[in-house]
Design a binder for this molecule. Structure first.
Ligand SMILES: NC(=O)c1ccc[n+]([C@@H]2O[C@H](COP(=O)([O-])OP(=O)(O)OC[C@H]3O[C@@H](n4cnc5c(N)ncnc54)[C@H](OP(=O)(O)O)[C@@H]3O)[C@@H](O)[C@H]2O)c1
Length: 342
């Protein structure tokens, strides 16, 4: 079996892959020979098995709506930003690296044809940076209709945020916890509004390590990542209860397995070897953004809140992601750790 990019012009060159399978076969007349089957997998096709659920509602516009997307300079965050901008939203990118942010912003402007895409520096691994982002945003906008908590790190070496929290817990959970809480007043003023939090199927293997949530005694990069993704769902679930009656709804989601830079901390040899597999079997970032867009806009889920989605459909998360007492415990701890309560 050979596996090479198909030589085709334009975008298809990037999106299609030809897989040639050779085997021997015998015809009904008893003649044996070699046959070649060429399968072209177009990864952008909606019917491709790796595209997953697609947000099909092309008519929804976001004119006069304000959207914040964290980590919008890469991967699925960037794709979500392009689509929101195309539909008329004023899009605020929250990104930690100004140069990468500006490069992505230019690309988003080009691809969306919008002039309303703005970049504000935001390092979710620093409470000071989060507070400064919110202050600047509130000096520019009086409304916020969709907050997309998308940024994330995965399987990084043992590192700490500026305030000394383990990097996955600190960035993926605590950073978004503080950001969301600081934006709650403007979200309430702008209701109906939505808070979309990008979690992962990885929550299935996550455990809330109540005795060592900051991984001080023992560190495993996958335990830290899956714990943070479980935190995302518990956070979204508990927040929905607190926001009951406000018109601000919450949505948590698994975007699928997507070929993005999220894998950057994996062993380089494994990454190189796995590249063709990622290419064929993982979603493109554009397909990976579909469930985020669905949660941000789909009208038929406007009355749902606190739930979990995958492939543009409602999905049951694992039972431990519906544990309300752990969700409340995590909320109280997060309030203390971020200084929102003393
Ligand atoms: N890819 C998958 O298969 C997959 C599967 C399940 C869930 N997810 C989730 O999907 C989300 C998006 O990931 P992706 O696949 O699009 O990965 P990605 O391409 O690596 O994008 C992640 C984004 O997060 C940003 N980020 C990381 N740390 C940050 C910080 N401290 N402050 C601000 N921004 C920060 C990155 O900024 P820099 O460019 O500056 O690093 C980047 O823009 C993540 O929450 C991830 O857990 C992804």
């Amino acid at each position: 079996m050979t596996n090479q990019p198909e030589q085709q012009p334009g975008q298809l060159k990037q999106q299609a892959i030809a897989i040639t399978i050779r085997d021997t076969c015998t015809t009904s007349e008893g003649v044996t020979g070699e046959r070649k089957v060429k399968l072209i997998v177009n990864r952008s096709s909606p019917v491709s098995p790796v595209s997953g659920g697609q947000f099909k509602n092309k008519d929804i516009r976001l004119d006069a709506k304000v959207v914040i997307i964290t980590g919008a300079n890469a991967g699925i965050g960037k794709e979500a930003a392009i689509e929101c901008a195309k539909r008329g939203a004023r899009v605020y990118m929250g990104c930690r690296d100004p140069a990468r942010m500006e490069k992505a912003r230019q690309e988003i402007l080009d691809k969306s044809g919008s002039q309303n895409v703005f970049g504000l520096e935001l390092d979710l691994a620093s409470f000071e940076s989060i507070r400064s982002f919110v202050k600047t945003f509130l000096s520019m906008e009086r409304r916020l209709h969709v907050l997309i908590n998308n940024a994330g790190v995965m399987a990084c070496p043992k590192e700490y945020t500026k305030e000394g929290f383990e990097m996955h817990f600190g960035t993926n959970h605590l950073g978004h916890f503080l950001l969301t809480n600081l934006l709650l007043d403007v979200l309430k003023r702008s209701a109906p509004s939505r808070i979309v939090t990008v979690s992962s199927l990885g929550h299935k293997w996550g455990r809330i390590n109540k005795d060592d949530i900051n991984a001080e005694k023992d560190y495993g990069e996958w335990d830290a990542y899956t714990q943070s993704k479980l935190c995302n769902i518990l956070f979204s679930r508990h927040l929905a209860k607190r926001l009951s009656g406000t018109g601000v709804n919450t949505y948590a989601l698994h975007p699928g397995a997507i070929n993005t830079e999220l894998m950057r901390h994996l062993n380089p040899c494994i990454r190189t070897m796995a590249k063709p597999v990622f290419w064929v079997f993982f979603k493109t970032p554009k397909s990976g953004a579909q469930t985020t867009l669905y949660c941000a806009m789909e009208p038929t889920i406007a009355s749902q809140t606190g739930l979990y989605y995958s492939d543009c459909k409602l999905k049951e998360p694992e039972p431990h992601a519906k544990d309300d007492s752990t969700a409340e415990w995590l909320w109280n701890l997060s309030e203390r750790l971020t200084g929102l309560s003393h």
